[in-house]
Write a protein that binds this ligand. Sequence first.
Ligand SMILES: Nc1ncnc2c1ncn2[C@@H]1O[C@H](COP(=O)(O)OP(=O)(O)OP(=O)(O)O)[C@@H](O)[C@H]1O
Ligand SMILES: O=P(O)(O)OC[C@H]1O[C@](O)(CO)[C@@H](O)[C@@H]1O
Length: 322
Amino acid sequence: MQPIKHIAVLTSGGDAPGMNTALFSIVKTAQQHGIKVSGVRKGFEGLIDNDLVTLDCKSLQQTMHLGGTVLKTARSERFRGDAGRNLALATIEHNSIDALIVIGGDGSFRGCLWLSQITNIPYIGIPGTIDNDIAGTDYTLGFDTAVNTSMQCIDNIRDTAESHNRVFVIEVMGRDSGYIGTYAGLTSGADSILIPESDEDITYLVNKISDYHSEHAFIVVVSEGDEIGVEHICEKISTVNPSIDLRVTKLGHLQRGGNPSAADRMLAIRLGVHSVKALCAGESAKMVGILNNKVSNTPMQDVAKQHVINEELQGLLSVFCR
Ligand SMILES: Nc1ncnc2c1ncn2[C@@H]1O[C@H](COP(=O)(O)OP(=O)(O)OP(=O)(O)O)[C@@H](O)[C@H]1O
Ligand SMILES: O=P(O)(O)OC[C@H]1O[C@](O)(CO)[C@@H](O)[C@@H]1O
């Protein structure tokens, strides 16, 4: 095995709080191993366009606490085609890149597998997405921060909802995963939580809301990927209880911004260090993650979408939302 002298790192898919902390951690570790690190700008787009910058540890230290990604990110359609992939390989060869670290979600990891069909360059994935929808890690970068942001927004909505005895339906992100909905809903004391992983939650909501005529707010948290969707849920609520004073809030992209929480920064620091060490130890085609509070490597082809809300979480939902 040739020693690694030059690592390229990119952030891809939706930005997530903690990506900048991970960049700092990667460069700090690489520096100690005498490895140069280049940042690829705008995800796989930068690999196609040969858009690289040398990463400097001191500058990254100054931005490690910020949300977003200083490298920029993209959802690159060009990379999915043969022409884009071949240009990406040309960039790797032209810059003598020995290894690649990709920080992103499951789509970005499918991109890694796609690239690995035409090159043997070692690569490691770091799970970075607010959705927490990846197997092989208990948490992804950005999830904890997004949950905290959503929880605080729902707390604020509760103040006004209580004052008016209103019912609020609040949509949170997560694509087709109900993790943000489950965590944000439970931690803000929601009366009802609707997620894509459950078909029964709408029945519990309808039962509860048809009796609602109280001196209190009623908070419904809905994951954006829920099979019924906010509009139809509101129609159902108004049908079963027409006297309800109903309002809707979609939290949207504000959930993705903001400085990473301490938990996300620690996760980023651990996974950043571990990713460089894994490459130096000859690992490749792995996603680094945290399982049962230990760093772990999962083969990239096993990193499927994590759709399952586990039994314990299901149990919590049934205690608080029935
Ligand atoms: N099947 C695939 N083949 C090749 N490249 C892919 C594939 N799927 C995704 N990619 C590449 O990875 C990029 C990021 O994927 P995607 O937009 O799904 O975000 P993600 O990594 O899942 O992050 P997030 O969870 O934040 O959405 C895509 O824009 C594309 O360039
Ligand atoms: O910013 P975009 O491209 O609209 O993507 C939004 C999606 O990205 C995420 O924020 C992260 O994957 C999802 O929760 C959401 O569905």
